[in-house]
Design a protein around this ligand. Structure first.
Ligand code: B16
Ligand code: MG
Length: 214
């Protein structure tokens, strides 16, 4: 039986975005697959698992490694921009109904208990996505890929989020779906709730299938 007592004690909840609040991974996948196909190789859904929680440029490196291709830094920046253009086209059509099950209800419950709510995401499109989902107003602090210089598993994103909430790391719980994010939460000295596929979440303190379980 998982030990949920840490959730009773938490003063701040820090949520990852992709995979915890909304499944944007499917749109990242379509955009990366289109780039791969232009470059002449296949990119599978299994390959896409390796990109979850990973920064845009690091994702591109993994993709090019799968294709066995090498490019200059300038060429890579242009490719990342192109992929982002395709991705932004997809997420421009995001709707509130795409919130993962239980998300809105859980955020409302936390707010009702006076718990600070923050976002800790690698995505540079995070604010746009929160706006599209109509939940931006529920966050006391938003820390995304534009505000940090070190990607997960570095704890910077979660430590910055805790500071944004005016809390100590040990007072915060991180909600994450990816291995690098779970490692970042633990490195920040926080409790971590893993949400989603248990295979990727072995470092988490407890694992649930989604926020609807809480
Ligand atoms: P962007 P998260 C991550 O979001 C995604 O899981 C990952 O696949 C993506 O490469 C990364 O954001 C950067 O996203 O290209 O929009 O800046 O899980 O940290 O919320
Ligand atoms: Mg994620």
């Amino acid at each position: 039986m998982p030990d949920y007592s840490m959730l009773q004690q938490m003063k701040g909840a820090i949520f990852d975005l992709d995979g915890v609040i909304v499944d944007t991974a499917k749109y990242h996948y379509l955009a990366w697959r289109s780039l791969a196909s232009e470059l002449g190789f296949d990119f599978t859904e299994a390959d896409n698992e390796r990109l979850k929680g990973v920064s845009r440029m690091r994702s591109l490196d993994i993709l090019l490694d799968i294709g066995g291709l090498e490019f200059t830094e300038d060429e890579k920046l242009a490719m990342a921009d192109k992929k982002n253009g395709l991705y932004v086209d997809y997420i421009s059509r995001l709707e509130e109904s795409e919130l993962l099950p239980g998300v809105r209800e859980y955020l409302i419950r936390l707010r009702g208990c006076g718990i600070g709510i923050a976002l800790g995401s690698a995505s540079k499109n995070a604010q746009f996505i929160l706006d599209k989902l109509n939940i931006a107003g529920m966050f006391d602090a938003v820390v995304d890929g534009n505000k940090v210089s070190r990607a997960k598993p570095d704890p910077e994103v979660f430590l910055t989020a805790a500071r944004g909430l005016g809390l100590q790391p040990y007072e915060c719980v991180v909600f994450e779906d990816a291995e690098a994010g779970v490692a970042a939460g633990k490195a920040a000295g926080m409790q971590v709730v893993g949400t989603g596929r248990p295979e990727a979440l072995s470092g988490a303190d407890i694992i649930v299938s989604g926020l609807h379980e809480l």
